[in-house]
Design a binder for this molecule. Structure first.
Ligand SMILES: CC(C)(COP(=O)(O)OP(=O)(O)OC[C@H]1O[C@@H](n2cnc3c(N)ncnc32)[C@H](O)[C@@H]1OP(=O)(O)O)[C@@H](O)C(=O)NCCC(=O)NCCS
Length: 154
């Protein structure tokens, strides 16, 4: 089940984010970069996201947050999508991205943008996103990471 994230979910979302980044992004980034990005607990990243106008959603299994996704309709930007490492490969990321794409389309977004981590580029390509440029992306906590700018026509 997917529902809008509440402030009481932010701790769980932060745990999903940090575990996912540490486990699933390590093949693509140096240990120091991952540590700077996801080493410290910082649930307030989602308070900041909400203030910036991000719509944040959680996917629950047995009442536990196992995936979250965030989209900014005004900026036409898919902000983030993370699956808990114990739950990858079970189709949850796919459910979340379809949910976010459907929402963007229903709100009249014609082209959706994102900055993909290097490890997720193929996942987004499979979902209609095309590579536009390689760049350095500044994360919410100020870490510069190699990423790929992508866009999808809806
Ligand atoms: C990328 C991510 C969201 C995928 O979630 P997931 O739940 O494992 O993906 P799913 O199980 O829904 O996979 C859907 C399909 O995509 C494929 N797929 C999943 N991850 C993939 C990847 N990194 N590259 C290529 N294909 C991928 C699956 O094989 C599956 O294909 P199938 O339908 O033919 O079986 C997840 O691995 C993740 O959280 N990664 C770390 C965080 C991250 O980098 N997020 C993006 C930040 S911008």
């Amino acid at each position: 089940m997917i529902r809008e994230a509440k402030p009481s979910d932010y701790e769980s979302m932060d745990s999903v984010f940090r575990a996912s980044a540490k486990k699933l992004c390590t093949a693509s980034y140096d240990k120091e970069v991952i540590e700077a990005w996801a080493g410290k607990s910082w649930p307030e990243r989602f308070v900041k996201g909400a203030k910036e106008g991000n719509n944040q959603y959680v996917l629950l299994k047995d009442d536990v947050v196992v995936c979250f996704g965030s989209i900014n309709l005004e900026k036409k930007l898919l902000v983030s999508l993370f699956v808990s490492p114990e739950f990858v490969g079970q189709g949850l990321g796919q459910i979340m991205i379809e949910f976010l794409l459907d929402m963007a389309k229903s709100k009249g977004v014609e082209v959706l943008h994102l900055d993909s981590s290097l490890n997720a580029v193929n996942f987004y390509s499979r979902n209609g996103f095309k590579e536009k440029a390689r760049c350095k992306y500044k994360t919410q906590n100020g870490v510069l990471m190699e990423s790929v700018q992508m866009e999808c026509s809806l």
